[in-house]
Design a binder for this molecule. Sequence first.
Ligand SMILES: [Zn+2]
Ligand SMILES: [Zn+2]
Length: 328
Amino acid sequence: MRMVLTGPGRLVVENGCTDAALPETGFIAVRVLCCAICRTDAKMWAEGHRDLVMPRVLGHEMVVEDANGQRYVVWPGQSCGACRCCLSGRENLCETMRITGFHRDGGFADRVELPEESLVSISKALDVRVACLAEPVGCVINAFEKLIPHPNDRVLIYGAGTMGLITAAYAQHLGLVPLVIEKRETKITRVTPFLSATGIDCRKKTREGEFDIVINACADYMALCNGIEKIGRGGQLSFFSGLTKDEHIETNLINLLHYKEVRVTGVYGLTRAHLVKAVAFIAAYEATLSLLIETMVPAQTAPDLMPKVLCGDSLKYVLDFREATPQH
Ligand SMILES: [Zn+2]
Ligand SMILES: [Zn+2]
């Protein structure tokens, strides 16, 4: 079984056998146990993407199992290994990067072919739903590795989605003091179990300023604008989420980065090393992170879930492929 995006809004469930040809050199065919739906998947479902060639099997936040029963999470790419970025250990910026679930078919299927070197093994004891968070956690680790945090630094995070809350949890893990800003009251209510379990503070807005670190974990450009005003002198800005296209940010605001000598770091995706670190973090905080899972559902319900994921009111939906019809 696999789910193929054939055009905007058209996610087609295909049951039965697919081509059983041997995988290319360097690739391995593995069974998908489960795959989370990322907001990026929902956006591609809704609008497509300039570089997305359809039909395409989406999905990159997956847990897979090989023929020996070894489980893995997946670094969602295939890098060349030879360009300047690859050679400097920043393969997420590879000039010819091919992203799984975008350039190649991904994890919305009961079987997938992946570059062998993209697999990172995990313990069978780890909750597979939580293991699906390895990729987003790895992105967060990438963000913090680019910052220079000091103990008890106050960290302002915009957005209480899965990304924002993982960011807050990781900040806490590093001994920092996170505050999450979420403009939707319903969302704050929805994430209360996570906030209570972690003691993380989340509000609609704050009067406080002079934050040491600001991180935008949502695409709203106004959040970034507010964040720039809230950074203290000599503070740091992690430009973590890309922004909604074609909006305008005033130069007066950008000048604040200059006057306050803000250290700005861009963050895009993750390296394989970040994914390895993410697995260790997830194992240590498994119970807490499980509160970020909305629910695990039968894989074929994915088409109905896309609008929900797109509107962003829910936490992480995980598609269960273990009961899906085998392809062979
Ligand atoms: Zn994702
Ligand atoms: Zn490269």
